[in-house]
Design a protein around this ligand. Structure first.
Ligand SMILES: C[S@@+](CC[C@H](N)C(=O)[O-])C[C@H]1O[C@@H](n2cnc3c(N)ncnc32)[C@H](O)[C@@H]1O
Length: 266
């Protein structure tokens, strides 16, 4: 396969997220869009950090408490601290992870995601969440994951890039339908109800630069992602509140503006 070309003239969500996390794999249009969105949502970096921490806590819960050993992580993002396999294999080295993203720059950096423990396995597919059948049928997916055993599907901070026109209901039904009973879904999503104006402004900064998406309320997100599944305690919460260990000051709801949860397929 020819490597898809990295376009540095337009902003990309993976690189904007990398910029917010303090990474170096971003370019001028990404930084400009990020700063424009931050003018409307000044606490966006806090939200991004809290989302990333939620992802880590969810993986830890799944491996340590739910017995999950396989992960399908769609919308992986650029390699950062605490990638799924690092957290999972840090607890149980035999964990297996398939990473999926549609951004060429993530593909270019995928080597950093393929540093599996010898006992486990990690793999990467350049593919699009909007084509779930392709992800499921990819030989890399079927060679890495055993679909007769529980799998955790990770859709962390990615569904808000799938507008309703892209049939997110079909995407969810296809992906969750392919998982055996006892599997889990981890999801998080930017949500509008705590500060609609801030979110609308940040959304405009993305849209004006050609990035599509849809901001939903937490109820809309719950219905889209978790319908028919059993929510794990404490249910759908602000990402900053989900299974938090210890005390300490917490950001406010209108700073975080993102909900997350974990659910089990009955
Ligand atoms: C905000 S980052 C989230 C990264 C990681 N999941 C996390 O929460 O730390 C969103 C990622 O989803 C990817 N993405 C967006 N739309 C996608 C699609 N339709 N198919 C696959 N990946 C997509 C972007 O390229 C980006 O890497």
């Amino acid at each position: 396969m020819n490597e898809p070309k990295i376009d540095t003239t337009k902003p990309h969500t993976a690189r904007i997220y990398d910029y917010y996390l303090g990474g170096k794999d971003n370019f001028e249009p990404d930084r400009r869009t990020a700063e424009r969105a931050a003018q409307s949502w000044p606490a966006v970096r806090t939200a991004v950090r809290e989302n990333r921490a939620f992802l880590g806590r969810a993986v830890r819960f799944l491996v340590a408490e739910a017995g999950i050993r396989q992960f399908l992580d769609i919308g992986t993002g650029l390699p950062s601290a605490n990638n799924v396999h690092e957290v999972a294999q840090g607890l149980v080295p035999s964990c297996r992870v398939v990473y999926v993203d549609n951004d060429p720059i993530v593909l270019a950096h995928a080597r950093a995601l393929l540093t599996s423990s010898p006992e486990g396995k990690t793999a990467y597919i350049h593919a699009d969440l909007r084509e779930p059948e392709k992800i499921l049928a990819d030989p890399v997916t079927t060679a890495t994951l055993d679909f007769t055993q529980p799998i955790a599907l990770m859709l962390v901070a990615v569904l808000h890039f799938v507008p309703d026109e892209a049939q997110p209901r079909h995407i969810m039904d296809t992906l969750v339908g392919a998982l055996p009973s006892g599997s889990y879904l981890v999801g998080s999503h930017v949500t509008a109800e705590h500060d609609p104006d801030t979110l609308a402004g940040a959304g405009r900064a993305y849209q004006e630069r050609g990035l599509t998406g849809q901001i939903r309320t937490s109820d809309e997100f719950a219905e889209l992602a978790f319908r028919g599944l059993e929510m794990v305690d404490p249910g759908l919460t602000l990402v900053s509140e989900w299974r938090l260990g210890g005390a300490g000051p917490r950001p406010l709801p209108w700073e975080v503006n993102a909900y997350g949860g974990v659910a089990r397929k009955p």
